[in-house]
Design a protein around this ligand. Structure first.
Ligand SMILES: Cc1cc2nc3c(=O)[nH]c(=O)nc-3n(C[C@H](O)[C@H](O)[C@H](O)COP(=O)(O)O)c2cc1C
Length: 199
C-alpha cells in the first residue's frame, strides 16, 4: 500500500459517522456485495466466522423493522438514554429511531450463528465484521450506523425474517446515501487515552 492509499484509509476511519437520515436511492447489488465481502474479511475467534447477514430491501419489512426500533425506544430506551446521552446525540438518536433510520433503502441485520461460536465470543467475533461493514460503506460513499436497540426483540425479528433458533441478531445497520453531510466525529484525543509502557 502506498502512502496515498494509507492516508485514504486513515481518512475514512477518522471521518466515519453514525448516519440516521437517508436518501431513498437504491443501492446497487454489486456495492452490497463489496460491503459484505469486506465484512466477512474481519477477524473472528478461531476464525469461526459466525456471521450471517440478512439484507432487507423490501418496503414492508423495512417498515416493520422501523416499528420495532421505535417500539424499543418508546418502551424504555428513550427514558434510559435521556440522562446518558448528550443533548445533541439524544436528539439525533430520537430522530433516527422515530423514522430516520427506517428511511434507509437497505437495512442489514447482522447476526451470529451460535452453532459456530461460543456464547462468550459472540460480540468480539461479530463487531469487527460490523465495523468492516461500516468502513466499507463509508469508503463507497454510503451512510450507515451501528444500532443494537432492535435486538431486544429477537423473537419478533426471528418471526419477521425467518432465521433459525441457533441464530441471534447483534446489530441492525441502515445503509443509504446520506440525506445530509455530517461533520467530523467528535472524539477525545487518542493521546488522552494512551499509556506508554504501563499506566
Ligand atoms: C454498541 C452500539 C450500539 C448502538 N446502538 C445505537 C442505536 O440503537 N441507535 C442509534 O441511533 N445509534 C446507536 N449507536 C450509535 C452511537 O450512538 C454512535 O456510534 C455514537 O453516538 C457516535 O456517533 P458519531 O460516530 O456520529 O459521532 C450504537 C453504537 C454502538 C457502538
Amino acid at each position: 500500500m502506498n502512502s496515498d492509499h494509507a492516508e485514504a484509509v486513515l481518512g475514512i476511519l477518522t471521518s466515519q459517522r453514525a448516519h440516521r437520515d437517508f436518501l431513498p436511492d437504491a443501492i446497487p447489488e454489486t456495492d452490497i456485495e463489496k460491503i459484505l465481502t469486506a465484512a466477512t474479511h474481519a477477524p473472528s475467534a478461531e476464525n469461526s466466522q459466525p456471521w450471517e447477514f440478512i439484507v432487507v430491501t423490501d418496503d414492508k419489512l423495512r417498515a416493520a423493522l422501523g416499528e420495532l426500533m421505535q417500539r424499543a425506544w418508546d418502551g424504555g430506551g428513550r427514558d434510559a438514554s435521556r440522562d446518558v446521552l448528550s443533548a445533541g446525540v439524544f436528539a439525533d438518536v430520537d430522530r433516527g429511531l422515530t423514522g430516520g433510520i427506517a428511511s434507509a433503502p437497505v437495512m442489514i441485520l447482522c447476526c451470529a450463528d451460535l452453532n459456530r461460536t461460543r456464547k462468550e465470543t459472540v460480540g468480539s467475533s461479530l463487531f469487527p465484521a460490523v465495523q468492516n461493514l461500516l468502513v466499507a460503506a463509508t469508503a463507497l460513499g454510503y451512510g450507515s450506523a451501528l444500532t443494537t436497540i432492535a435486538t431486544v426483540f429477537t423473537h419478533e425479528l426471528r418471526n419477521l425474517l425467518g432465521f433459525p433458533e441457533s441464530v441471534v441478531p447483534v446489530a441492525l445497520v441502515p445503509l443509504g446515501r446520506p440525506a445530509r453531510k455530517m461533520g467530523l466525529p467528535r472524539r477525545d484525543p487518542a493521546g488522552e487515552r494512551t499509556h506508554q509502557n504501563g499506566w
